[in-house]
Design a binder for this molecule. Structure first.
Ligand code: LUB
Length: 216
């Protein structure tokens, strides 16, 4: 699929790419990523309310002031972690797109890749928990679910044009169903098994859903 018309609704860039020209900015970007990762570990384990900026500072052996230099408030830390959660997906999309599959198989592999990220990536896990705790966080968090829904709908519209879709399947409706199924699968796997089995649980759900979505 040509790079130019890739369906990338995710509008955030990973913090790692914001490098400055000089080494001092590089060091600052590295420190910022260190603080963000420590915050993600604590938010994923304890949640927003039970994590303090002092906890984050202690974890990276820095002063609270040094943490505040990069993130002025605990809310700003939460927003940055959630943004970094969503910044994972354009990177995954570039990797899957580079494999050169058709649009339907690209959708299958994006969600399978997301399942692995929800199992293994602490920033993805922290972002998901913070999205659940949105009512407790007095900050503008990215709107959940909408970017994935747009990405999958775009891929399924292309799959329809390529004759890969069951004629009775409506791309937008199937995209919403896939997002709802993935959200539910990852949440149940998290609550029951800390997402250890999410890849297997998603594979069985995906097999069922894509059998219904795919042209016979
Ligand atoms: C995804 C979650 C968990 C959608 O897009 C999101 O915000 C999501 C976290 O909030 O599932 C399904 C891929």
């Amino acid at each position: 699929m040509p790079e130019s018309d890739q369906a990338t609704p995710f509008r955030v860039r990973p913090i790692t790419t914001r490098r400055g020209p000089d080494p001092k900015q590089d060091r600052s970007a590295r420190t910022k990523l260190l603080v963000l990762t420590a915050a993600a570990e604590l938010f994923a384990a304890r949640g927003f309310r039970h994590t303090s900026v002092q906890d984050v500072a202690d974890r990276v052996e820095m002063t609270k002031g040094a943490v505040y230099f990069h993130f002025p408030t605990k809310e700003a830390l939460a927003v940055a972690v959630v943004e970094e959660h969503y910044a994972r997906w354009p990177v995954l999309l570039s990797q899957v797109t580079a494999e050169g599959h058709g649009p339907l198989e690209t959708a299958v592999r994006m969600l399978a890749g997301a399942a692995i990220a929800f199992r293994d990536d602490i920033v993805v896990q922290a972002g998901a928990r913070l999205q659940i705790e949105r009512p407790q966080i007095d900050a503008e968090l990215p709107t959940p679910y909408v970017d994935w829904t747009q990405l999958l709908a775009t891929l399924l519209v292309r799959a329809e044009a390529a004759g890969e879709l069951h004629p009775r399947v409506v791309p937008q409706a199937a995209a919403r169903s896939l997002v709802a199924a993935f959200f539910g699968t990852q949440h149940i796997s998290d609550v029951l098994h800390e997402r250890v089995d999410i890849a297997e649980r998603w594979a069985e759900t995906a097999e069922l859903l894509f059998r219904a979505i795919r042209a016979q």
